[in-house]
Design a protein around this ligand. Structure first.
Ligand code: HEM
Length: 401
């Protein structure tokens, strides 16, 4: 058996001759990640890694889902990075109940299904505006020209911010992506939080009909300090645009590689939402999230001890043949499709309605306006270490039509 660096591993129970999942391995390319997951599910579904402070990696769907649903025994309070680098906390993602529920209530005006429905005309206008900019050229790089700016423009519109501030936020995100798991990331976080505190002051002086004004108003009753609200804005914004950019990039890549599916999807656009879910399953944008056991818990044939860190490998669960027939195939009409790309349990992604609306509107528009679009050059995937070793997606997608 080999680890991701290609060396043999041996040792303790749970680690004995098991492949090792190391999110910070430079060899963990998207293709290698899926190979490794298959090995883990088959041989060591609850495997031990000793790097970065040590952790268990859960790779089977049933174990991953059960742990995600069991927030009492698998706490999120240890943070989202491994090792835990940040002195900041990012509500709601690294909070347990009851605080967790308080923060989910604060973001509800942004993340409710009704909010996503209300945004649809603005999302359509944003997609059309972005496509207008490149359509006459006959070619485009769809990550930089569509997948990245769309969710960023949408979330900044929801915040009531303008294009210059969208640029500021994109700059911070790029910096953070590069340094997420390191010291330099802390500096970026601090600057972003200071930025949000200035926006709060401005919005208190001039409230509008936007999410930030609504958030501050809701908070009049909850009294969450501005520093905590700023941390929440940091994770909301970062999650709110970069994850969607990855998911949309993956879907656009699939369509650019399979122009033969365009006519089918256009003929019956009601198939697009199912296709999106399937691509999210097949190419899971955020591959894992950690938890910490609050008590001794048996998982599979291992005993996870209180205080142990546990990695929930959502990317692996989504390829588990116990749950998905032909898991390594894209089946565009797959139904049911109980994928875990948005997680499960109390931390499941609140941005789902918005992400799904953005992806659906972008795909249907691209299919209609760039008929037969297909690859036109080298595709670049995320580097293995991006986003603290969690992100898998496309970073460059040149197409022509
Ligand atoms: C395709 C796009 C997206 C994917 C794949 C995705 C994925 C995820 C996953 C897997 C989690 C669960 C984390 C855990 O279990 O610890 C999560 C949580 C979260 N996501 Fe998303 N997300 C996406 C889009 C968005 C958007 C658009 C927003 C905001 C508008 C957002 C905001 C959040 C927040 C705030 C959490 C933390 C929730 C909590 O702890 O209760 N995400 N996301």
């Amino acid at each position: 058996m080999t680890d991701v660096q290609g060396t043999e591993t041996d040792g303790e129970p749970g680690a004995g001759r098991c492949p090792v999942f190391d999110p910070h391995s430079p060899d963990l390319t998207p293709d290698r990640a899926y190979e490794l997951y298959a090995e883990l599910r088959a041989t060591c579904p609850v495997s031990r890694g000793e790097q970065h402070g040590g952790y268990w990696a859960l790779s089977r769907y049933a174990d991953v889902r059960a742990a995600a649903m069991d927030n009492a025994r698998f706490s999120s309070a240890g943070g989202v990075y491994v090792p835990a680098v940040s002195t900041h906390r990012f509500p709601p993602i690294d909070h347990d109940p009851p605080e967790h529920g308080r923060f989910r209530a604060l973001i509800a005006p942004l993340t409710s299904p009704a909010a996503a429905r209300r945004m649809e005309p603005a999302i359509q206008a944003t997609v059309d505006g972005l496509v207008d900019r490149f359509i006459d050229a006959g070619r485009a790089e769809l990550v930089e020209q569509l997948a990245v700016p769309l969710p960023l423009d949408v979330i900044t519109q929801l915040y009531g911010l303008g294009p210059a501030q969208a640029e500021d936020i994109r700059g911070y995100s790029l910096e953070f992506l590069e340094h997420a798991a390191g010291e330099a990331g802390q500096d970026v976080i601090q600057r972003v939080c200071d930025y949000w505190i200035e926006v709060f002051a401005e919005r208190r002086a001039h409230p509008g009909e936007d999410f930030i004004s609504e958030l501050l108003q809701l908070n009049d009753e909850l009294h969450v300090p501005d520093e905590e609200l700023a941390n929440m804005m940091f994770i909301l914004t970062y999650a709110g645009h970069d994850s969607t950019a990855l998911g949309l990039g993956n879907a656009l890549l699939y369509l650019a590689e399979h122009p033969e599916t365009h006519a089918q999807l256009l003929e019956d656009e009601s198939r697009i939402p199912l296709a999106i879910e399937e691509i999210l399953r097949f190419e899971t944008p955020l591959h894992w999230f950690p938890r910490v056991a609050t008590e001794d818990v048996p998982v599979g044939d291992q005993l996870v001890r209180a205080g142990d860190r546990v990695m929930l490998l959502f990317g692996s669960a989504n390829r588990d043949a116990e749950v998905f027939l032909d898991p390594d195939e894209v089946v565009l009409d797959r139904k049911p499709n109980r994928h875990l790309a948005f997680g499960a349990g109390i931390h499941s992604c609140p941005g789902m309605p918005l992400a799904r609306a953005e992806m659906r509107i972008a795909l249907s528009t691209v299919l209609r306006r760039l008929p037969g679009f297909h690859l036109d050059g080298e595709v670049e995937r995320t580097s293995p270490l991006e986003g603290g070793g969690r992100h898998l997606g496309v970073r460059r997608l040149p197409v022509t039509w």
